[in-house]
Design a protein. Structure first.
Length: 575
């Protein structure tokens, strides 16, 4: 018995010693490990959150090993992050919920799947999502409150009185903001020399902020569990659901994929998925080439001109390179099941001309357009092309901003200092407006246009905070009295002098000087006016009357001591 006790004691001592060594090694490894991104030091306030999200594939960095924590997040990007972060099931609907996110939009499945957590914009013409706009802090507050299941909580709305900018909160979102504050989810920051706080509801959400806030939600939702000794890797939700059996081959200059027809009444369709690096690509994690809503579609031909959505290789496949191909089956009740993957090489296309893969970002608050290097001796240079109306602008049809004859230059900062030639919007871009951006590669005997990206343009991102956002609502009163209420966000800036409301019956972008002056507002606390038939506006030193039943373009300009910043334009019908 004594021998047994001595052996047991020895084993315990050795076990403790081993544990100490293990934790010492872990501590040493953590102390000496290098940052995951070159621009995100380990002492950055969001480092642990970013690391957590990256390790789980929720967000990614850039090819140059940067994370760019201060870059803004668009509403479309925010939808995708929500789907992946919360592991939301993908929904495929027959009719898109938003007029500006059609089925061929890359973010369509993410927006549809996450719309319960998101905000939208309702107008007389339907619902809009505004995918290219930047997500703002009040959007995040709504998402987090709903993600935590707190939306039906009772809350004392007077908590908002502690915030100097409460009037900037969208009226329909005030309860969500109050809940977020009361639960300590988002609380804002103190105002210097004041006993109040600032929530900054219209503040643009950055990548670092999104990572940190979602990290806090995910951490509270995680729990430690045990597994039985059975096939734990199998998702019980997928039991009884057939997966696609994918095969493929090359046909001329195309790759052909074929898969079995799944005879299941629950089947909604198939997503064709491709990846350069993931050996088992799946939808939605790895994006998609196309989504078939017909279960009889079991065949597809893929070429170098096929456009991909949200992949790890850009928009276009390259001639002669290898990729992993697969198909994910999409069922009712938000179930999706990935099929097997196959590795195939894209055929070498004779006389192949590579297209620019174009993307944009705000870097150091400046709008930067970039594309991949093209190593081709026939390449002469690049034309940077922009359009207000054409979704796929190209040179020479849509003019150009600048021609770049240095083949090693693959990005340009568009700062609105160079006049545009031959465009559909004039010589200069307008801050806060949407445009389509692209690059056309000039080869020795042809022009090859790249993909286009739709973006809200700002010559400097700081201007976004100065730009008023205009909304319109038709009001019907007693005795048939009708009018339109124009409302805008309150801007808290010491240099703000006031606002001017500008109107035009013909110009879709009313000009501050040339078009009609509807109202001048010098009280910075006023954030709305009413407009009705027979009201007058001043143009060319004469007053004109607003006509009932006519359409008008109306915009707002914020007047500062050092600049004038135009807002968005609304087309309204006078009741």
């Amino acid at each position: 018995m004594k021998v047994f006790k001595k052996r047991l004691l020895l084993i315990c001592v050795m076990l403790v010693f081993a544990i100490v060594q293990i934790f010492s090694a872990i501590a040493f490894a953590q102390d000496t490990s290098s940052p995951i991104f070159s621009d995100l030091p380990q002492n950055h306030w969001a480092y642990n959150a970013v690391k957590f999200m990256v390790e789980r594939g929720i967000i990614t960095g850039y090819p140059d090993n940067t994370f760019r924590p201060d870059n803004p997040v668009t509403r479309a990007e925010f939808a995708r992050i929500m789907v992946v972060a919360l592991n939301l099931p993908i929904k495929v609907t027959d009719t898109p919920s938003f007029k500006d996110v059609p089925k061929d939009h890359w973010a369509y499945p993410y927006v549809e799947s996450a719309k319960y957590y998101l905000t939208g914009f309702r107008t007389a013409n339907g619902d809009y999502f505004k995918p290219s706009d930047y997500a703002v802090r009040e959007d995040m507050a709504v998402a987090l409150v709903k993600a935590k299941g707190l939306q039906n909580e009772n809350v004392d709305m007077s908590i908002l009185n502690n915030y100097i900018d409460k009037d900037q909160i969208s009226p329909n979102l005030m309860k969500y903001i109050a809940i977020a504050i009361s639960k300590g989810i988002m609380v804002g920051n103190p105002v210097t020399n004041s006993n109040q706080l600032r929530f900054d509801p219209q503040g643009v959400l950055t990548r670092a902020q999104a990572a940190m806030l979602l990290y806090n939600v995910i951490n509270t939702k995680e729990e430690k569990i045990t597994y039985d000794d059975n096939n734990g890797a199998q998702n019980n939700q997928q039991l009884g659901y057939q997966k696609p059996n994918v095969s493929g081959y090359t046909k001329g200059d195309k790759v052909v994929l074929v898969w079995n027809r799944i005879n299941d009444t629950r089947l909604k369709g198939y997503a064709v998925v491709i990846s350069k690096n993931n050996i088992e690509p799946e939808y939605p994690k790895d994006g998609y080439l196309t989504i078939f809503n017909n279960r009889d579609n079991t065949y597809i031909e893929i070429s170098v001109d096929s456009k991909y959505n949200n992949g790890d290789f850009g928009v276009y496949l390259k001639s002669g390179e290898e990729y992993y191909f697969s198909v994910t089956a999409i069922y009712d009740n938000n179930v999706y099941v990935k099929g097997n993957s196959i590795k195939l090489r894209m055929p070498v296309v004779p006389n192949y001309f590579e297209k620019p893969y174009v993307k944009y970002e705000y870097k150091d608050n400046k709008f930067v357009l970039s594309w991949q290097p093209i190593n081709d001796s026939r390449l002469i240079g690049y034309y940077v092309v922009i359009s207000k109306k054409n979704k796929e602008p190209k040179y020479p049809d849509n003019g150009y901003l600048v021609f770049i004859n240095d083949k090693n230059t693959t990005q340009i900062t568009i700062d609105n200092t160079i006049p545009y030639k031959g465009g559909d919007f004039g010589e200069y871009l307008r801050d806060g407006e949407e445009y389509y951006f692209s690059v056309t590669a000039q080869y020795q005997d042809r022009f090859v246009a790249g993909n286009s990206v739709k973006a809200v343009y700002y010559s400097n991102l700081d201007i976004a905070k100065l730009r008023p956002k205009l909304e319109a609502k038709t009001i019907k009163k007693f005795f048939g009295i009708r009018y339109i209420t124009l409302r805008w966000n309150k801007i808290d800036n010491d240099k703000l002098l006031g606002y001017k409301i500008v109107i035009s019956e013909n110009n879709s972008t009313p000009d501050y000087i040339k078009d009609g002056l509807l109202a001048t507002i010098t009280d910075r606390n006023i954030t709305s006016i009413n407009v009705k038939a027979k009201d007058k506006y001043l143009i060319n030193n004469e007053y004109k009357e607003i006509k009932r039943g006519h359409y008008y373009y109306i915009t707002i300009y914020a007047i500062y001591t050092d600049r004038i910043v135009g807002g968005n334009v609304l087309k309204v019908k006078i009741p």
